[in-house]
Design a protein around this ligand. Structure first.
Ligand SMILES: [Zn+2]
Length: 466
């Protein structure tokens, strides 16, 4: 029996930091965005960034948390060079939200993960170990640009039994945060998790600093097999804190696990108590858009297969394109074009739709051709390939490359020619060889260069032969 719980830190992309007016910017020169507050100088006073509290409230509601009407900030005391005032401002006794729930899908199964709490805290500064790692470095530099970056911490109950479940949760959580406008996956702002893992007969081990969604499975797989090996050899697993080494794919011991009491939390008298009144909650609720889970259900009710619907939901750009196009065209046809040929071409070039230079009216033109069966699937794909390589109106490409199926007259002409050239096959068909008809259809397609419609060709051939 394996029990896993996650504590996930989401860096917020706000204009200013959590407790001061410094820009909350990435890629600045070291120690460029700092002031006396985020440097932790004596006498400086923190002031709360209300936007962060709004984001926290909205996210708590989306996670179906109980909302605390009143909450406050505490000082978590510890001595560490990344935290120059020797305490981190966080929420301990009363967070923004508690006791929520999040539904996670793995394959065709769903399960519910308990959300213990959601709270707001400040990110510490960044330690730069010259030489790569703390063990190899002669000295360490501190960059305070990151100090005071707002974080949402989302803590789950120990409800995961496998690394796959934990990864699915993180992926679906980050998708929901993207929908809420709290997190942008392609940005420099990160999602990092600490995992608590225990196996039967052992104490809880915490693994810190696992970045993103793909490393979580690696870190957990490593840690579970390490703990199982220890048990097998009769070794005791005692509580400790480890760190994940992404390069090695392994975890390393950092320290014996401290308890919450070790941190000596005290109420922060510099910050006033906060409140979530009913008006605030109402406003936040109004800001919650349709979430991925609901959107998936709506798409499937339009006849889309789960895989197709998931593919749309996972890509907000393509999904909004779908919403526009399915007003005029058949939803399944639109979805299969967007999640099939279009995504294939975009993935090949490693670009997003908005970077492709394609226009919605061009796609409408293509869908019209497809609805009227004027273009073959193969040529539709070729059209998209050429359009992404060199964006221009689809009509031009269709004309340049002669991509439309030929009309009935043309097909009739090709049929006549094939009948004259393939006298043996005609004879075979007339003496009862049904397979000869397939061969003749194939010849019509070959002679027309793939432009004849196979159905029309077959009908014309039968008309002539009978
Ligand atoms: Zn500052």
């Amino acid at each position: 029996m394996v029990m896993i719980g996650l504590e996930t830190h989401v860096q917020l992309d706000t204009n200013s930091k959590l407790f001061c007016g410094c820009p909350n910017k990435k890629n600045s020169e070291p120690n460029e965005n700092v002031c006396e507050t985020c440097l932790g100088m004596p006498g400086s006073k923190p002031r709360i960034n209300e936007k962060v509290l709004d984001q926290a409230l909205k996210t708590s509601l989306a996670l179906e948390c109980e909302i605390n009407e009143e909450y406050f900030f505490s000082r978590k005391t510890y001595f560490y060079p990344d935290m120059s005032k020797n305490y981190q401002i966080t929420q301990f006794e009363l967070p923004v939200g508690e006791e929520g729930v999040f539904e996670v899908k793995v394959e065709d199964q769903s399960f519910e993960v308990g959300i213990t709490r959601l709270h707001v805290e400040e990110d510490p500064a960044k330690l730069v170990h010259e030489g790569g790692s703390v063990k190899k470095s002669d000295y360490t530099k501190v960059d305070y640009n990151r100090a005071g970056t707002p974080l949402l911490e989302i803590v789950t109950d120990p409800d995961f039994e496998t690394p796959e479940e934990a990864r699915a949760y993180l992926q679906q959580l980050s998708q929901m945060l993207e929908y809420l406008g709290v997190y942008e996956p392609d940005s420099d702002y990160a999602i990092k998790s600490d995992a608590n893992i225990s196996i039967e007969g052992g104490e809880r081990i915490e693994v810190k600093n696992i970045t993103g969604t793909s490393d979580i499975e690696k870190a957990l797989n490593y840690e579970i097999s390490r703990q199982k090996q220890m048990r097998k050899r009769g070794k005791e697993i005692t509580q400790e804190t480890r760190s994940f080494n992404a390069g090695m794919g392994s975890t390393e011991k950092m320290r014996e696990k401290e308890t919450e009491e070790d941190y000596g939390y005290i109420f922060d008298p510099d910050l006033t108590r906060q409140e979530n009144n009913s008006k605030k909650i109402e406003n936040a609720e109004e800001e919650i858009p349709e979430l991925p889970k609901e959107k998936l259900k709506r798409y499937m009710s339009k006849g889309l297969k789960p895989k197709m619907a998931e593919s749309l939901v996972s890509d907000p750009e393509i999904s909004s394109l779908f919403e526009d196009l399915e007003k005029k065209f058949e939803p399944v046809q639109v979805a299969s074009l967007l999640t099939g040929d279009l995504k294939k071409v975009l993935n090949y070039h490693e670009i997003k739709y908005s970077e492709s230079g394609l226009k919605q009216k061009w796609l409408k033109y293509l869908l019209e051709l497809m609805s009227n069966e004027e273009i073959s699937d193969r040529n539709a794909e070729q059209l998209l390939r050429e359009a992404v390589e060199n964006p221009r109106p689809f009509k031009e490409i269709v004309e340049e490359e002669d991509l439309l199926k030929s009309g009935e007259d043309d097909t009739a002409q090709v049929v006549q020619q094939v009948l004259e050239d393939e006298k043996d096959a005609v004879e075979d068909y007339r003496t009862g060889d049904e397979g000869a008809l397939n061969y003749l259809v194939g010849q019509v397609m070959a002679v027309s260069g793939g432009k004849s419609d196979p159905k029309t060709a077959r009908e014309k051939l039968i008309e002539e032969l009978d």
